[in-house]
Design a protein around this ligand. Structure first.
Ligand SMILES: Cc1cc2nc3c(=O)[nH]c(=O)nc-3n(C[C@H](O)[C@H](O)[C@H](O)COP(=O)(O)OP(=O)(O)OC[C@H]3O[C@@H](n4cnc5c(N)ncnc54)[C@H](O)[C@@H]3O)c2cc1C
Length: 395
């Protein structure tokens, strides 16, 4: 039997570790990933601020695959045919990657077709708004997280340049990731001895959609104290190398624009015959398996993380915490339970989760049920949780 894992995200990292712990019999395990590394999003703001090194936040997929007895195919999956049991993978040269959000390497890609008996997707999401003019060409991002390395290099080059005035950066999207990235970049510019003018631009009514009014107020205080300007009800429409154009007709000077609009489905899903929800995410049931599209029944394709929508739970947030909680269920159902007669495991999402936002000032903003705290203690907790998670899978 051939099992193909597409994407080396949070859930597949666990699946590889599970396969290493319980070696598979008669199974050809394949991992498709653009590179041999996966970067852990929880530590990306700390990496941008300078607290962590790249090694601190990177999983070595090559080593994990080797331990699991899996073959690593380096490339992007571009389409999946569940009906034929085939995945097309484009091998792209990483050296060809450009600066913009959508840049993914050289265009002269070789296509490899891989057949499968079972497949599993953990390919994350892409930022909303990639199609707007200039976004792919000029904006930086942290999705996929490997782009964080490029973003930090671009920022450092700006800070190192002779500057008349402050370094001007715009971050588009004030979700949890946008707030953390704005604070981290601001901190890094100041630490480099430059003046910083960081602006957080949000089309919606508030920063931190999905969080309570109390958390938002606290976040606004933190942003204000750090000197980050917040513009809500402000829609960005175009990115130029030195400016961000707004729907109002105004333009903000911006030497570096970071694009972190919410989560949109990865392009791979559009080129596939998998069941999708109305937004275009991969629709799975509680077994994390594709729902049936027709009388042919459920395709042998599973999924986890940002790329899925769970049937009956359209409210489920897209956060790494959910991908991590899904991973044991995914591992059991995709790799097969040790007892072949056992029923498949079922996933039930938690209604709320512990949120810890790195505010890049030696503190973190914590939200746990009704509790809100911006404290050194919360930062200590976040650092500990993240490092412990990394230690489980770092080789
Ligand atoms: C700045 C920032 C900070 C965040 N911090 C947190 C946090 O502290 N806690 C939290 O819960 N959530 C956090 N999130 C959200 C979190 O990043 C995502 O929910 C999480 O990464 C989803 O995990 P995933 O496994 O689905 O996908 P990802 O982590 O995005 O991994 C997907 C992998 O698939 C690969 N891939 C993509 N397309 C293909 C393809 N076609 N073929 C092959 N491989 C492919 C990618 O290269 C990537 O390695 C943060 C987000 C941001 C932007």
């Amino acid at each position: 039997m051939r099992v193909v894992l597409v994407g080396g995200g949070h859930a597949h990292v666990h699946l590889l570790a599970a396969a290493a712990a319980n070696p598979l019999k008669d199974t050809d395990l394949v991992l498709v990933s653009p590179t041999g590394w996966h970067h852990y999003s929880g530590m990306v703001p700390g990496y941008l601020a300078g607290t962590y090194t790249e090694a601190d936040m990177a999983f070595d997929l090559r080593a994990l695959a080797r331990e699991a007895g899996a073959r690593l195919v380096e490339g992007f999956a571009t389409s999946i045919s569940a009906a034929r049991g085939e995945i097309d993978v484009e091998a792209r040269s990483p050296a060809g990657a450009g600066a913009g959000v959508g840049a993914r390497g050289g265009a002269s890609a070789e296509v490899q077709r891989i057949s499968f008996d079972r497949a599993s997707l953990d390919v994350g999401s892409v930022p909303v708004g990639l199609e707007l003019p200039g976004v792919r060409e000029h904006a930086a991002s942290v999705r996929p997280m490997s782009r964080a390395v490029e973003l930090r290099e671009r920022l450092d080059a700006l800070v190192a340049r002779d500057h008349e005035g402050p370094v001007r950066v715009c971050v588009v999207g004030a979700g949890a990731g946008g707030v953390e990235v704005a604070l981290a970049l601001n901190r890094r510019i100041l630490a480099g001895g430059g003046g910083a003018r960081v602006t957080l631009v949000e089309a919606g009514e508030h920063v931190l959609p999905g969080f309570s009014e109390r958390v938002r107020r606290r976040a606004l205080r933190v942003l204000h104290r750090a000197g980050v300007t917040v513009l809500v009800r402000t829609r960005a429409t175009r990115v130029a190398p030195d400016a961000l154009a707004l729907e109002s007709g105004e333009s903000l000077p911006s030497e570096l624009t970071v694009w972190l609009g919410g989560a949109a489905p990865p392009p791979l899903l559009g080129g596939s015959d998998l069941p999708l929800d109305p937004e275009g995410f991969f629709l799975v049931d509680a077994e994390l398996r594709a729902v049936a599209r027709d009388r042919a029944g459920r395709p042998p394709v599973w999924g986890a993380g940002d790329c899925i929508a769970l049937e009956g739970a359209p409210w489920m947030p897209r956060a790494g915490v959910y991908a991590v909680r899904q991973s044991p269920i995914l591992a059991r159902n995709v790799l097969g339970a040790p007892d072949a007669d056992a029923a498949p495991a079922r996933y039930s999402p938690q209604r709320s989760f512990l949120a810890l936002l790195n505010s890049a000032d030696g503190r973190a903003l914590l939200r746990w049920k009704g509790l809100v705290s911006h404290s050194r203690w919360a930062w200590w907790l976040k650092d500990r949780i993240d490092r412990r998670f990394m230690a489980r899978y770092q080789r």
